[in-house]
Design a protein around this ligand. Structure first.
Ligand SMILES: [Fe+2]
Length: 382
């Protein structure tokens, strides 16, 4: 069995209303200066929390996150420059994946001599001196438990990963109540992203039993509840299941990570600014069909976790699982073809070039992917 390293937040607090416990968090209580980076819709809730007497002897700065789309290198550096003088001893991120990724990088660099450009890639951040708490408000990236942050390099239009054990938050608060107002479209797209984290971890070349358990649970929770969360966003059971499923997906990202779905998604996100979950949703069925011959049993296991109960060969069961992903995606009104989101055949060579450069994820794919394979997959979903 291959070796594995599991790095997780020291404290994961899950439950309806747990945001109320944030003010009393021991990391916040021990801090003298706290910087909150907050998605705009959540600002009123956080302003209420900051009024608590627990903050009366502290310097507190609440920053409303103001960038749209994938945060860029220069946007992050602006954020860092604006708040570096504050020297917080605790950073709290409250929001979706982009907000949490920026909060993680702020905590890493705000009291540090390393610059953003020094830490892009795997394992280049030397340490983190500032405590970090993450509170997700979407059920998708799993950033609140993962060692990953993703920024857009505006010069090359390429998404770049910053991956470090020091980007794993110290604590996270998973409160499904905060996800209730997430619009149906975002609920569906981010939910499929979380599903793809679990599936790409379970079918990964470096899959591991310690992570399989998270991946399978995440797949079953998301498959059971994504359509309900899309159609009835106030269903707290569905919101809770999706937030847990997303957390399980995030727990897969550090030790195993994703593979070709995410690699092929990079160009669609970076070059065409297509939301990450949407591009993954379009790609996933075709990539899984391409991959399944490399590990039929694992793809059949995924299908069973998705709720497929037919008996048959592993191949038949695996295909039924892929069909179920397509059904769920359609039921959530997610586009199924690249042409529906403005991509044409002429764009494919460049998309393939970008995808083939994401070697840190392609190496994880259960089946070797050539440039020609990549082009064929894109063509199949035009
Ligand atoms: Fe993702």
């Amino acid at each position: 069995m291959n070796s594995v390293t599991l790095l997780q937040p020291q404290k994961i607090i899950f439950g309806e209303g747990v945001i109320e416990q944030l003010a009393g968090d021991s990391l916040i209580q021990r801090a003298q200066t706290v910087l909150f980076l907050v998605a705009p819709p959540l600002v009123p809730i956080l302003e209420g929390i900051i009024q608590s007497s627990k903050f009366s002897n502290k310097q507190v700065k609440l920053v409303a996150y103001r960038f749209l789309g994938e945060p860029t290198f220069s946007q992050f550096n602006l954020l860092l420059d604006e708040h570096k003088a504050l020297k917080p001893d605790c950073v709290v991120g409250v929001g979706g994946g982009s907000v949490l990724d920026c909060a993680k990088l702020l905590a890493a660099l705000i009291n540090h001599s390393q610059k953003l450009e020094d830490i892009v890639g795997m394992g280049l951040l030397h340490d983190r001196k500032t405590h970090l708490i993450c509170v997700p408000t979407t059920s998708g990236t799993g950033s609140e438990v993962s060692p990953n942050a993703i920024l857009l390099d505006e010069e090359t239009q390429a998404k770049r990963g910053i991956i470090s054990p020091f980007l794993v938050p110290d604590a996270c608060y998973l409160d499904p109540v905060l996800t209730v107002t997430l619009p149906p479209k975002l609920t569906a797209e981010t939910g499929i992203d979380a599903l793809s984290h679990c599936i790409e971890a379970y079918t990964n070349k470096f899959a591991h039993p310690t992570v399989d358990i998270y991946a399978l649970k995440g797949i079953s929770l998301i498959a059971e509840y994504i359509q309900e969360a899309f159609e009835n966003g106030s269903n707290m059971n569905a919101r809770s299941a999706m937030l847990l499923g997303s957390m399980y997906g995030g727990l897969c990202l550090g030790p195993v990570n994703t593979a070709a779905v995410h690699a092929l998604s990079y160009g669609l996100g970076g070059k065409f600014h297509i939301p990450h979950g949407l591009s993954n949703a379009i790609l996933m069925p075709k990539v899984l069909k391409f991959n399944m011959s490399a590990s039929l049993k694992r793809h059949a296991d995924v299908a069973r976790a998705l709720g497929i109960t037919i008996s048959g060969t592993d191949k038949e069961v695996a295909l039924a699982g892929i069909n179920k992903i397509e059904r769920l995606s359609k039921a959530c009104q997610i586009p199924q073809r690249l042409t529906e989101i403005g991509v044409t055949e002429d764009d494919i060579p460049e998309l393939a070039t970008i995808a083939m450069n994401v070697t840190r994820l392609l190496k994880n794919n259960p089946r070797e992917v050539s440039r020609e394979d990549t082009i064929n997959i894109y063509k199949n979903i035009l």
